[in-house]
Write a new protein. Sequence first.
Length: 125
Amino acid sequence: MKNKKTEKDFDLYLPIYIQICELIKMRIFRKEYLPGSFVPSTRRLAIELCVTTNTLQIVYKRLVRDGYLIVIRGVGFKVTDDIRKINKLQTKAIHYQLEKLDQYMKSLEFTNEEICKIFNEYMKK
């Protein structure tokens, strides 16, 4: 059985802060961080992920800018409590991934019909 990749194993070709942003988004989408709940402090999450607190400050600022988190001055960061906004952000993230897949498949010269067939076969698993 393959070893499961841990969150501490970052892709060397993608900036760590982007990977951590995606990790936090996934935790929000999976409801590990519930709407309106506080996310771990930058210090705590930096220790968990073996990165600097400066990296986490960049991540949290970016997630605030993108609407995932809200700053509570002097207290910390919490997930937006706007569930509709979270759903829209999740849909946007899915569309982004599908667009990347579509571009990749088209670069391999697959037609739309072939892409749909492959996707449907995959979904039947």
